[in-house]
Write a protein that binds this ligand. Structure first.
Ligand code: GDP
Length: 362
């Protein structure tokens, strides 16, 4: 699937760089181009592609400091500059646009929904968002920001592919230290998804087509991506069980949004050396996925890859009913309520005497 990437905010820019790197390192050629957008000048300097600094008149290149309403406002005022940077890149070849952002911050959280809406108005290709959910131990502000951003971006985008920062965190690793590792994990999965619609014609029995990715995401709402790999056997027969077990692990423990097992639609891509991909195993895994996700629309296909491993990549469309998501939304709402109560307390009418406009007697 030929894709143009737009990274908004710090996480969005870093992830976009990782995605573009992975695609070029693997020689896939699925990423047509990338642009980085931010309110913080310093974050843009690290990006090896065209960048657009927005909100200069408001924040002078210093970022919005986690204020996602400000992030949305500056994107709204400066969207023309972002669109201008994209113009030559979204060519007739482009099959999808991905807006990439961390949902818990300010620039990406506020800016991504605004940009997605604008891009949808202009372009005919699907506009997807790749959104990063803050980890459970990130503070209340991140949860509230992400809750609001998620709701809006899921409504505006053709689909929101959600990645939970906790999903890829190695135990004991702090989130800060882990970001680069997390970004690599995400880039590998999402990069394979982009590339799987690019499979070389004539190789493999049933290669995936971009339209299958697009159709899986057609129901809109929220999507997730699962992945697991195992060592390949010498021949297809020997890989029947391997494909079953990688598929099971990809769904049960390998998804970008943990506990997302119910889906409206799914796509199973099995990657490996074409003549070592077992037809029987793929078919069995596809049926298992149908039962497990409760979806009657499970597409399947091969992704020819020269590797001594065999991998299952599962795209799940319409995973709104995930437990993790429900817990996250409940927590975001709770944090929002607490913040409002705190603000009200500070405006306590009992304090009004302090700022009374009456002149002091003495
Ligand atoms: P912005 O620049 O104002 O959009 O804010 P950030 O992009 O820094 O967003 C903060 C959120 O993104 C927090 O929830 C962080 O956990 C997450 N985040 C920041 N940097 C990264 C990163 O490089 N990778 C990932 N996966 N998440 C990140």
């Amino acid at each position: 699937m030929k894709t143009v990437l737009i990274g908004v905010g710090q996480a969005g820019g870093k992830l976009t760089r990782e995605l573009a790197d992975f695609d070029s390192r693997m020689g896939f050629g699925a990423v047509l181009g990338a642009v980085g957008v931010n309110t913080a000048e310093a974050d843009l300097q690290e990006l090896p592609f065209e960048t657009v600094l927005i909100g200069q008149d408001r924040v002078k290149g210093h970022g919005v400091g986690g204020d996602n309403e400000l992030g949305a406002e500056v994107m709204q005022s400066d969207k023309q500059e972002v669109l201008a940077a994209l113009e030559g890149r979204i060519t007739a070849e482009a099959e999808a646009i991905f807006v990439v952002a961390g949902l818990g911050g300010g620039t990406g959280s506020g800016g991504a929904p605004v940009l997605v809406k604008e891009l949808k108005r202009i372009y005919d290709v699907p506009v997807y968002a790749l959104g990063v959910l803050p980890g459970r131990n990130e503070g209340a502000m991140y949860q509230v920001n992400a809750g609001r951003s998620l709701k809006t971006v899921a409504r505006e985008a053709d689909s929101l592919l959600l990645v939970d920062n906790d999903a890829f965190r190695a135990t004991g690793e702090s989130l800060g230290e882990g970001f680069d590792a997390i970004n690599r994990e995400i880039a590998q999965r999402v990069g394979l998804l982009f590339a799987s619609g690019e499979a070389v014609e004539g190789v493999g029995e049933s290669v995936v087509d971009s339209s299958e990715v697009i159709n899986t995401l057609r129901s809109g709402g929220i999507a997730a991506l699962g992945y697991a790999s195992g060592e390949s056997a010498e021949n297809a027969e020997g890989n029947i069980n391997t494909v079953m077990s990688t598929t099971r692990r990809a769904l049960m423990t390998g998804t970008s949004l943990p506990e997302a097992n119910e889906a409206d639609a799914a796509l199973l891509v099995v990657a490996g050396v074409p003549d070592k991909i077992p037809r029987k195993g793929v078919e069995r895994a596809r049926r298992w996925l149908e039962e497990e996700t409760g979806s009657l629309q499970v597409r399947g296909g091969d992704f020819p890859l020269d590797s001594d491993r065999i991998a299952s990549l599962i795209l799940l469309g319409g995973v709104e009913r995930s437990d993790r998501l429900e817990k996250f939304m409940a927590r975001a709402k709770e944090a929002q309520k607490e913040a409002e109560e705190e603000a009200e307390k500070q405006e306590d009418p009992a304090d009004a005497w302090r700022n009374d406009e009456l002149e002091d007697l003495l």
